[in-house]
Design a protein. Sequence first.
Length: 468
Amino acid sequence: MTSIKHYISIVLLLFLSTVSFAADKALPVILATLTSAPQVPSPITRDYPAKVVVRLETVELIGQLSDGVDYTFWTFGGTVPGSFIRVRSGDVVEFYLDNHPSSKMPHNIDLHAVTGPGGGATSSFTAPGHTSQFTFKALNPGLYVYHCATAPVGMHIANGMYGLILVEPEEGLPKVDKEFYVMQSEFYTKGAYGEEGLQSFDMAKALTEIPDYVVFNGSVGAMTGENAVVANVGETVRMFVGNGGPNLVSSFHIIGEIFDNVYVEGGDLINHNIQTTMVPAGGSTIVEFKVDVPGTFIIVDHSIFRAFNKGALGMLKVNGKPELDIYSGKQKDTVYLPEGGGIQSLSNTARAAPKAKTKEEQILFGKRVYEQNCQACHQANGQGIPNAFPQLAGSDYLLSNPKRSIGVILNGLSGKITVNGKDYDGVMPAVNLSDEKMANVLTYILNSWNNNGGKIDAIEVSEARSQH
Ligand SMILES: [Cu+2]
């Protein structure tokens, strides 16, 4: 009996080992779903490895680089950046590269996710109208750049041949509400930025590494306005960010957001609370953040001239109700007029006595002093409020003796007064102003609302002050 049991268990063992050996060959076959930016294929839900078939076509086509600016892009999948590929760590990827018959160039692919010579480049060199096929095992989870590596490599990349492949960890990535594909790159054109027409590649500019265009997702405006990516307040957002280069390192930043998590360089080291993260040429990063408040959040390469002058600008539009305890929006807009009124020079000469102001300057500065200190009571046009605040426009009290008003502002005013035949018996508090500001506000009042002009100088205020 025992020997039979023993025999059976040996057979069973042998059987099991054959099954597990065969399992690699008998993986379920899945055709990869590819997406173009900013779309990302859905997260992988399976908990077992598969043979994933990827078919990617290289095609050369004319597209828009900016308004009125065209460019002959060399693409993976007909778009720049190329199609997003999503597989799972441990998957066997059966890769087909189809080079469209209309192509003028041979192409190949170097996937940074591949462990093997050239990242697949040596096995995938493909003439126009041909297909190459090779297989690799996705050993390391991470977010990887792929690009064409056909000579001249720089030129193939500069013309748009790059994209991202995500190798998800076996356990998957944490669930988020929105995922986006964002890839930065540069274009070197014969014409300067914005010069219209079909632009060709400029090798000399590429060598000096001074691009005319730096863009997200292949063209100026690919992620702005109508093309902005969208999320709702309270949602979690993940961006798969790549940099195709060919030359520049990106300082990836979203204005008004802080990355809760950054998968540094697309690997599994997670950094927290990051404002700007570097994405090297031929590298990637994954950023995650929760959108807490509504608004338009500008995505930039914080090497900021690239953003505002070369196109490296995208938008994330967040819809929803304001969260005023997190961000109030503008609460006040009041006039700020520093002591002395004007712009101060930092040089030593600034310590010299300020230059006397012309009447026009006094009126200009005085208007701001008025808006800040007087308007609430005496109203915008000096018309006052009947029975409460006397008018300053056409006030006989004021105009018959303008210098008396210095005292009114300095000390306040109470008790019965008569202005243009009407009695007032209110209280005006003293307003604490510098000599300069007081002179300016009174000069402004004297020259506004059909009042009959005049000028009060700071020195007069100073004298009046010493008398009181
Ligand atoms: Cu190529």
